[in-house]
Structure formats: structure tokens, C-alpha cells
Write a protein that binds this ligand. Structure first.
Ligand SMILES: Cc1ncc(COP(=O)(O)O)c(C=O)c1O
Length: 379
């Protein structure tokens, strides 16, 4: 009944898996008939601390009954506390809050134009940065872009992980170079260290800013607080969202002081961005990640997951608990896993992405791998 109503009333943008989910607990979700599923999607790398964690629920509920929203015409404490906490975990200087990943990228693009006075953006093949007009302009897939052209210009795409191609396309008109350190929607493809070094090497000579899109990789997902920490590099601007509120919508654009000094009242804004409820959710998420050492768990479990997957699949790749692998008929595998109580996500016909909650245990990794093994055997 719910699936028919969805078809009747919702614009058909999504190819949803055939299940109606009703509640969640830790790494598990339950459908309307009470069937349990091990969740290796986590709302697309978003439910970092697991579903309905008791401490998270308590903190967000307390804020819910205290103050939800005021707009940014006023000061509110959770927003200021969150910015202070983020400066500690990101090493960035100043923060702007919004409500999603695409908005965080949108702001990053605007900020880089304002700070440099330049126009051009350089992005990479297979990049995904979001669906609003600016973020879409630096997203690679023709299928997503074409129906909405003309988009923001000038934008050029260089080959991801190809230093020579990058050098041939970047120039003195480039305001910013934007990239994911692990391309997520493309199927989990980590960046190459030398390539990243080239991007930083040419920065001062060419006068562009570097934007890291950590929307999917942030908040412990890759086994470090941020993917940038694997490389010990600081971008000029960083976009975050997804896991930040562990499911409560919140996004953030972080900047270095040298960028912040070019930004002034009226340049950008958001009605809901940084409201007390969302900021409390983000603060609770960060505190829980810290207290329970979930970054370390992501590193450890990610390694274990990759090891177990290599028993079954070729081309297993990733960083921490952001793992992808090749398999023919990926959508078929997704369907079979669903019927056996495991949620996974296909990014293409022949690629699976696994992004379980950061609280996942080795028992749950084993369970997921056994279910996939069973599906491959046709069991
Ligand atoms: C790297 C990256 N940037 C931006 C976005 C867009 O985020 P949102 O869907 O919250 O707008 C995504 C979403 O998948 C993403 O993976």
C-alpha cells in the first residue's frame, strides 16, 4: 500500500529498494512487518553513530523541548559551541552552517569566487558534489548535468588522479579546485597521494583555492576524523554534511581565516542553517564519536571488512568504512541481500558501496559477508 501511495504522490526520482522501513536500532533497521535488516547503507554514510542511539536521542529530545529554531537574526548557543568544536576536530578557522551537502558545496564555490575574484572552477572526472546548480556544475555525470544546462561557467574537468591532465587544465583564472578525497558516488575511489601533492604544489603560483568535499568522507568514515588527515593537508575550504548530524540534516562550509576575511554580511545566508536542534545533533554526534572511539573502530572494522570482502570479490577498495567492490549484476545482489536481511547499495551495474554505521562490530561484518556469500552461491 505504501509503495503504491509513494508512486501516486511523490515525484519518481528514486529507484527505491522494495522495503518500507519503520524503525532502527544500532546497525539494524526494521520494516513495517517487523523484519530485521543489517544496515550497511546507513542512510548513505550518514547515520554515523547508528540508529536511535540513546544518548543522541536524549540530547536531541532535550533541545527539541527547549528551542528548535530562531533564524540567524539571533545568537544561539549550540551553533557557537558546534563551531568551536569543529575548529578543534577540523583545524579550520571559521564555519558557515547549512542543511545539506549540496548547500555546503554551493557556499564553497561562492566563497572561493569572492575570495579570489576569479571565476573558473576545476573539478574532476566522476566527481559528485550535489544537485543544486552550482554543485551540479562541478559534478561530472552528463546524465545529471545535461537537462539543466546552461550551468555555472567556466568549469573544466580534469582526469581524477592524473597529475599531467590537471597541470594542463588549471590556469591563473582558476578560482578553486574542488575534489573528493575518496570519490563516493562514483563507487569508492581514493585519491592518489602524488596527485594531491601536485594540486597543492601549483596552488600558490596559480593563485587558486583548494576545496575538499568531505561531505561523504567526513566525521570518521575513512578511519580518520577527515579524509584529509590521511594526507596531513589542510584545504582552504571544506564542505561537510551527511554524518555530521547522524541523520538530522545539517551541512557546513569551513574556511581558513584568509578566506573568511573576504566574506562579509550579506554575502551568503540560510534560514535554517545552524539552528539549535541540528547543531545539538551535530555536537552529540561528535561527542559520541569521540567518547566511543568510533574513528578507531572505523579504521579497524574497515580493514577487516576489506579483508573479508577480498575472499569473495575482486577490486575491493576504499578507506576505513567506505568500501567498494566490483561485482557483475550489482543490482541483483542488492535485491538478493535485501531478501536475506542485509541492506547494501549499488552505485552502478557492476559496483557496490558499503558504508555501515561507524559502530559496526566484527560480528556484523561477518554476518554481512556471509549473507553476500550466500547470495552469490544462489542460496
Ligand atoms: C561528496 C559529496 N558531495 C556532495 C553531496 C551532496 O550532498 P546532499 O545529498 O546532502 O546534498 C554528496 C551526496 O552524496 C556527496 O557524496
Amino acid at each position: 500500500m505504501w509503495m503504491e501511495k509513494e508512486k501516486r504522490y511523490l515525484i519518481q526520482f528514486f529507484k527505491r529498494q522494495k522495503v518500507v522501513l519503520e524503525r532502527g536500532e544500532g546497525c539494524y533497521v526494521y520494516d513495517v512487518d517487523g523484519k530485521c535488516y543489517l544496515d550497511f547503507v546507513a542512510g548513505i554514510a550518514s547515520v554515523a553513530i547508528g540508529h536511535c542511539d540513546a544518548e543522541f536521542v536524549r540530547k536531541v529530545s532535550e533541545q527539541l523541548s527547549k528551542l528548535v529554531h530562531t533564524s540567524n537574526l539571533f545568537y544561539t548557543i549550540p551553533q557557537i559551541q558546534l563551531a568551536e568544536k569543529l575548529s578543534e576536530v577540523t583545524g579550520m578557522d571559521k564555519f558557515f552552517f547549512c542543511n545539506s551537502g549540496t548547500e555546503a558545496v554551493e557556499a564553497a564555490l561562492k566563497f572561493s569566487r569572492k575570495a579570489t575574484g576569479k571565476k573558473k572552477f576545476l573539478a574532476f572526472t566522476n566527481a559528485f558534489h550535489g544537485r543544486t546548480m552550482g554543485a551540479l556544475s562541478v559534478t561530472y555525470k552528463e546524465r545529471f548535468r545535461k537537462p539543466f544546462e546552461p550551468l555555472i561557467q567556466p568549469v573544466e574537468f580534469a582526469k581524477y588522479n592524473d597529475s599531467e591532465d590537471f597541470k594542463s587544465k588549471v590556469d591563473k583564472n582558476t578560482a578553486a579546485v574542488i575534489l573528493e578525497l575518496v570519490q563516493g558516488e562514483a563507487g569508492v575511489h581514493p585519491v592518489n597521494k602524488d596527485f594531491l601533492k601536485t594540486i597543492f604544489d601549483l596552488k600558490d603560483e596559480m593563485g587558486y583555492l583548494v576545496i575538499f568535499d568531505e561531505v561523504q568522507t567526513g566525521f570518521g568514515r575513512t578511519g580518520k576524523w577527515f579524509a584529509k588527515d590521511h594526507f596531513k593537508l589542510q584545504p582552504d575550504i571544506m564542505a561537510m554534511a551527511k554524518a555530521m548530524g547522524s541523520g538530522i540534516p545539517i551541512g557546513c562550509t569551513a574556511v581558513k581565516e584568509e578566506v573568511a576575511k573576504h566574506l562579509e554580511a550579506g554575502d551568503h545566508a540560510s534560514t535554517f542553517g545552524g539552528n539549535p536542534l541540528a547543531c545539538t545533533a551535530a555536537l552529540a554526534t561528535i561527542e559520541i564519536i569521540e567518547k566511543r572511539k568510533l574513528v578507531d573502530n572505523a579504521a579497524k572494522m574497515g580493514e577487516y571488512l576489506q579483508k573479508r570482502l577480498k575472499e569473495l570479490f575482486t577490486e575491493v577498495r576504499g578507506l576505513g568504512l567506505m568500501v567498494g567492490f566490483r561485482v557483475p549484476k550489482a543490482y541483483e545482489l542488492v535485491e538478493k541481500c535485501l531478501s536475506k536481511g542485509l541492506l547494501i547499495n549499488a552505485t552502478s551495474e557492476d559496483n557496490i558501496r558499503l558504508v555501515p554505521p561507524l559502530i559496526v562490530s566484527s560480528k556484523e561484518v561477518d554476518k554481512a559477508v556471509e549473507i553476500m556469500k550466500d547470495c552469490l552461491r544462489g542460496g
